[in-house]
Ligand binder design. Sequence first.
Ligand SMILES: Cc1cc2nc3c(=O)[nH]c(=O)nc-3n(C[C@H](O)[C@H](O)[C@H](O)COP(=O)(O)OP(=O)(O)OC[C@H]3O[C@@H](n4cnc5c(N)ncnc54)[C@H](O)[C@@H]3O)c2cc1C
Length: 617
Amino acid sequence: MPVEITMPQLSDTMTDGTLVKWLKKEGEAVKAGDEIAEVETDKATMPYEAPEAGILAHLAIQAGAKVPVGALIAVIASKNEDAAAVKKQFAAGGGAAGAKPQAAPAPAAPVKPAPAPTAAAPSKPAAPASAPAPSPKPASTGNYNFDIIVIGGGPAGYAAAIRAAQLNQRVLCIEKENLGGTCLNWGCIPTKALLEDGAFIRHLKNGAADHGVIVGDVKIDFAKIIGRSRTIAGKLAKGIGSLFHKYKVKHELGMGQLVAAHKVKVTSADKTTKEYTAEHILIAVGAKPTELPFAKFDYKTIVTSREAMTLPVQPKKMAIIGAGAIGCEFADFYNAIGTEVTIVEMLPHLLPNEDEDVSILLKRLFERRGIKSFTKTKTDKIEKTASGVKLTLSGENPGEIEADVVLVAVGVVANTEGLGAAESKLELDRGRVKVDPEYHTNLENVWAIGDCIAMHWPAEMGMAGYRHPDLAHVAHHEAVHVVEHIVGMHTHGIDYKNIPCTYTHPQVASLGSTEKKLREQGREIRIGKFPFSASGRALAAGEPDGFVKLIFDAKYGELLGAHMIGENVTEMLAELVLAKKLEATEAEIIDAMHPHPTMSEAIMESAGVADGRAIHL
Ligand SMILES: Cc1cc2nc3c(=O)[nH]c(=O)nc-3n(C[C@H](O)[C@H](O)[C@H](O)COP(=O)(O)OP(=O)(O)OC[C@H]3O[C@@H](n4cnc5c(N)ncnc54)[C@H](O)[C@@H]3O)c2cc1C
């Protein structure tokens, strides 16, 4: 089916745009993502990328023409179509019956168009007024207990269940533990509670005198710190139960198992079983910490993040294997409360996925606070000792270290054990549920989202080298996306190249590509970096460490990456997420008046540095 490409609407105010020049000729073969034209909008001149591969069969307008938003500008014929016939058909002004509209309205970020759902979902009354109504669906083909059964009640599962119920689907959510999943019970939220306490204690211990506060001996009530974190987690998990009640999501406490497409078995703690059927089944079973092959978890001295956030006694010495976000967060917290912490990381940097400038500064700041970090160092052996554990290391820091407890934070494996994958013939990829970019598994109407998936992007999407990011906000967006897709709504695409991620004190926040990656790709870039030591607000807060680093496309000024380290940068990132989504340019970020004095002025100034217009540097 030919793909019609129309003038995109890039802002609420844009009504027309100019096709500045064609970058490909009529009749030329294009790959998805190839720049085919330059389009001038009310914001900037932007490259327009082909949403799909094929032959550029028909250029409907000349270079220089200004056309309204939505007007046809080109047509791509798919590989097995006759490009000449497609051109003839469109040149005659008729268009094609059933031609596919273009995939993405925005030219710079091609998103695969959502294929039609593979089977009918039951027609339902209209959605709440605030949500776009689902498009009409053919009547259900089966007589099922539910429209959607969700297995797993974490950020992927509970968000999917709630969104589906909002869209008038009959939903069952099966969860074997507390609602809220890892994020609310054992991840994002309880760790942030601990980190806040750690920051508070660090301020009292080290910073109070600078602020004219004389504090005596700071004593720590470890049990109370752990207790506060658990209370917050419990409260939030209960909140999901209330939301289920509000939206009439049915909830089963038990282990969900896929029997076949459309059929699920639930086994409760007392071993009683029930079977349910549904038009669609959504797998959202999440993941659990990876175990080292040579050191099984004993959950007392060799522990996962779960035990690390509920230890009965504060360890004097802690070793942490893995310097990703989880390892660094625990290092930060335990250091703040006075535990001697050593991080061991095989890769050259802490937070190895972050921009190198950020990782290098974090290591320096951690070391200044007394956190030892051994990078390019491998843990070969963990032995139990009378007082805890002994680690044998090789690489850049060979030798042995002893600790009361070692936290292993080297990644996660999907919770697919006991899910019934073999019995139901659900295809897995190294233990994860294999899905396409619309979260469809190999089974009819069985979908999967969140930490448990292995995403297989088709080659033309240019995602080689990317892997699925296991983060709560990703799980949440996938949930909304897949449910809206199932009910036939137009979905918002997820751009996996621009996933924001955050964490630690000083906090780290980023989105998009790192400088290293962009240079490896040969992109021409402009970088602006603004240190918080030049920010009045940061100095007033006593937080001069860190910087904002923004990376722009040298030609078009498009924001390609944002990398920040410093106080509260996780909150600042939202501005840049929106800027990226709205394709704001460097000039627009500079021209947007930022309130003074705020840390966020560093974003404006950083764009100014890239553009040679910074005032305070
Ligand atoms: C220490 C830590 C800190 C983190 N901090 C952050 C952070 O700050 N920000 C962030 O974005 N992400 C963070 N994460 C990651 C985040 O928690 C996950 O990405 C997120 O929870 C994934 O959501 P999910 O729904 O896919 O999986 P989960 O949250 O793991 O939920 C899956 C649920 O499915 C249930 N389940 C599994 N199998 C079955 C079955 N067969 N039947 C029934 N139920 C089943 C599980 O009990 C679980 O409740 C952190 C993770 C950890 C461990």
